[in-house]
Design a protein around this ligand. Structure first.
Ligand code: AMP
Length: 430
């Protein structure tokens, strides 16, 4: 029989790596809490129209990467509907914001999410078809201050804090402003005109983009197109005064908070809904897929999907890439060892060993439970691999309540009364 394997572009996460995933998520939750964000969980599939309208028909995500299917009606009362596994989470969060009238409070909504996203991309290291994003959005009516450049700077400063607390050193923040919707429209025309004489020498994708969505040309990675792209007009020259002032204030606040950044005129990002500030954090240790996270302001997204005016700013970090970066930096958690391995001597002591394990686990220790049919040598070998100490439980120990403990790091063997066992095994607090 053929063996069924995980689908291409998906993978299993196993211990000990999952401990690193959990640490990343715990750190993110802790940082988000300090900035007063709350968690939102939206469904992993949505009406296809949400992404078509929210992300933009001309993006790679929508045009070729979505997992979409016709969901057949199962009853007369239902309609067949086109559904899509979410390729990103911002559109879902904004849909939820609209659906639950979150803007009616008049307050800023500060929401974060952690969860899987799905894109039919060509799999490679750091790029998967199911991947996990940790993201956050700050969104609200303009009266709540949602358009303020302070919100942009605060989100960026929070990201710098999060990466630092995760132990990710050596990141780079690249920033740009793509202006208001009107600035972008103007720039698109400037770019369209500038592309007419040169598009013929560019890659097939760029030739198409030059007509349908000229801004996307700036995302092109094809080497031979780069010299041509360098000569194209820059978006900063198409920004109106309000957008220029907004960007200047974001930069001033970042300077005050000592968040280092570099400006990148070509950073327009893959999604259509961005306005004004766009940004990306990269890391040299990641190779070709070097983006740790990306984000930006999306002042028109809520309107685009039929909601009230609700400017916002957000980001999505690739959790898979955080894991890869930390592994490369070798700060990753080593295999976590149990506090102790309990070795019953003889199968008759298995129940007593379970009782002892129960007691110690209730006291907060991480315990590996051995097996009474093992010879002592085999128990020692298993214990040495999985735990920091071994506790031997024979008939004598059970009767006397005095247990034999060997600590593998010091090599010391001691006799410990059962009542003191938990404290001794926990060891000196660090
Ligand atoms: P985006 O939603 O395209 O702005 O992506 C935000 C971040 O998600 C990127 O910077 C990556 O870290 C991560 N990411 C995007 N696509 C993938 C993928 N296919 N596999 C792994 N991570 C991804």
């Amino acid at each position: 029989m053929t063996i069924i394997k995980a689908v291409r572009g998906t993978r299993d996460l196993l211990p000990p790596e999952t401990a690193l995933w959990n640490r990343i998520e715990a750190t993110a939750r802790s940082v988000f809490a300090r900035y007063n964000f709350g968690e939102i969980r939206t469904p992993v599939f949505e009406d296809t129209g949400l992404f078509a309208r929210g992300v933009g028909e001309e993006t790679d995500i929508i045009s070729k990467e979505m997992y979409t299917w016709e969901d057949r009606a199962r009853a007369q009362s239902e309609k067949t509907q086109s559904l899509t596994l979410r390729p990103e989470n911002t559109a879902g969060v904004v849909r939820a914001y609209i659906e639950h009238g979150l803007g009616e409070s008049g307050l800023l909504q500060k929401l974060y999410y952690i969860g899987p996203q799905f894109r039919r991309e060509r799999p490679q290291k750091g790029r998967y078809r199911q991947f996990s994003q940790i993201g956050a959005e700050v969104i609200g009516p303009p009266s709540a201050g949602s358009e303020s450049p302070l919100r942009d700077a605060e989100v960026l400063e929070m990201l710098a804090t999060l990466l630092d607390e995760l132990g990710i050193t050596g990141w780079t923040l690249e920033l740009n402003s793509v202006g208001s919707a009107a600035d972008r429209a103007r720039y698109n025309e400037v770019l369209r005109a500038a592309l007419v004489p040169v598009a013929g020498q560019m890659c097939a994708d760029c030739q198409r983009r030059a007509v349908t969505n000229p801004l996307r040309v700036l995302d092109c990675k094809v080497a031979s197109d780069q010299p041509i792209i360098e000569t194209l007009p820059k978006i900063v020259d198409s920004l109106d005064d309000a957008s220029k002032a907004h960007f200047a204030q974001v930069l001033a606040a970042l300077d005050a908070a000592q968040v280092p950044y570099t400006r990148n005129d070509r950073l327009v990002r893959g999604l259509d809904y961005y306005t004004r500030t766009t940004f990306e954090f990269t890391h040299g240790g990641l190779g070709a897929q070097n983006a740790l996270l990306g984000g930006g302001r999306y002042d028109g997204l809520s309107d685009a999907i039929g909601g009230p005016r609700a400017p916002g700013i957000g980001f999505a970090m690739g959790e898979d890439r955080l894991v890869l970066t930390l592994q490369a930096l070798e700060t990753a958690a080593q295999t976590i060892k149990a506090d102790a391995f309990i070795a019953p001597i003889g199968e008759g002591l298995n129940p007593a060993a379970l009782a002892l394990a129960h007691e110690l686990r209730r006291a907060g220790l991480r315990i590996e439970l051995g097996e009474g049919s093992f010879r002592l040598k085999k128990s020692f070998e298993a214990a040495d691999k999985t735990a920091r100490a071994i506790v031997i439980l024979g008939e004598d120990e059970l009767e006397s309540g005095i247990l034999t403990v060997k600590n593998f790091s010091t090599g010391m063997q001691t006799k410990v009364p059962r009542a003191e066992l938990a404290v001794v095994l926990k060891g000196p607090s660090e």
